[in-house]
Structures are given as structure tokens and as C-alpha cells.
Design a protein around this ligand. Sequence first.
Ligand code: SAM
Length: 181
Amino acid sequence: MERKALVFIREKFEGQSVVGAEVGVARGTNALCILKCMPNLRLLYLIDPYEHYPDWTSTRAKDRLYWPKDLRLIKYQAQQLLSPFESRIAWINKFFEVCTIKDIEPLDFIYIDGNHACDYVLKDIAVARNIVKKGGVISGHDFHPDSPSPDSDEVYKAVTTYCQKNNVSFSHEYEDWWFIN
Ligand SMILES: C[S@@+](CC[C@H](N)C(=O)[O-])C[C@H]1O[C@@H](n2cnc3c(N)ncnc32)[C@H](O)[C@@H]1O
């Protein structure tokens, strides 16, 4: 199913040549949906280190699904799933917080779905603001105040704190949030 922020992005950039990124790709199912739904998406950066690290404390990271051997399998599955779109994707196997404009060209949109811990989402938003063009869209997943979970509580805290502190007006619908850079 196409996610709400991505519907907004698709409608905003309809008919234009677009460059975007997903932070946190996992098996690539959401990336596949983005590529299929937006034929005018010229390039999608796929940013995911596929590495386990102590700071990654999201609920799923703690369970077996994201153990190192499973991360290798997930990476392989994503590569296979997205291989038909080879000419429209660029893999960046790095932690997003160390990415700069040297790694990624200026973006029309970004979709953040990596480490859901509040500090990481705050870092992701700060990095995204430097990489996304003015007037582009910064967005992400797991914002659902109506059905809280440990992950969504962290995302909620990060997005609301950042936006309040920086006087940014944001939108949210179902499980997604977004604002214009
Ligand atoms: C929730 S999953 C992504 C799901 C995917 N967006 C989807 O909807 O199909 C989280 C992913 O974030 C990646 N990740 C964890 N920490 C990250 C970081 N600091 N930077 C980028 N990606 C990260 C993990 O390797 C994992 O694959």
C-alpha cells in the first residue's frame, strides 16, 4: 500500500523529474512501491548500512529478525527485489547520519524509516535538511500517536520536538509525517 507521505509527494511532483531517498530500506518493499507508483522518479537513493549496532534499539532490531546473519539475507532480498529498477536506484550502504551532499545529490524528497530512537530521528532530520532542496519534502514513517508503541513514541517525540523548536509546521496522516523544507 502506498504510504500517506508518499501520496503527498507523488501528487506534489506529478509530471516533474524527481530525485528522492529512502532511509532504512530493509527488504525493499516500500522502495518497490515508491518506484512503481512514481514513474517520474528519476533516481531513488537507497540508504541502509545493513549493520547491527548497539545504538539500534528499535523493537525489531532487538529480535531475531535483524541479527547480523538475517541482515545479510534481508540485504540480498532487497537487492533481488529491486534489481528490475537498476537504472533508477543508487545504493548507499552507510549510516544516514554520516551522509553528506558528497554522497547524495540534492533531493526533492526524503522518506526516513531507519533507526527510530528519538536522537537518531532528530539527527536524520538535521542531515535531511541539508540534503533536501528548499521546497522539497522531508517525511518519514511510524508516527502514530493514536496507537502508541515504543518505536512510534520515539518518532513522535523527535518530530514534535524538532518542529516546535525550529518553528516548522508539519502534517501527519495514518503512520506518516512530513513537512516542506
Ligand atoms: C523499519 S526498517 C525499514 C523498513 C522499510 N522502510 C520498509 O518500509 O520496507 C529499518 C531499517 O533501517 C536500517 N537502519 C538502522 N539504522 C540506520 C541508520 N542509522 N541509517 C540508515 N539506516 C538505518 C536498518 O538496517 C533496517 O533495514
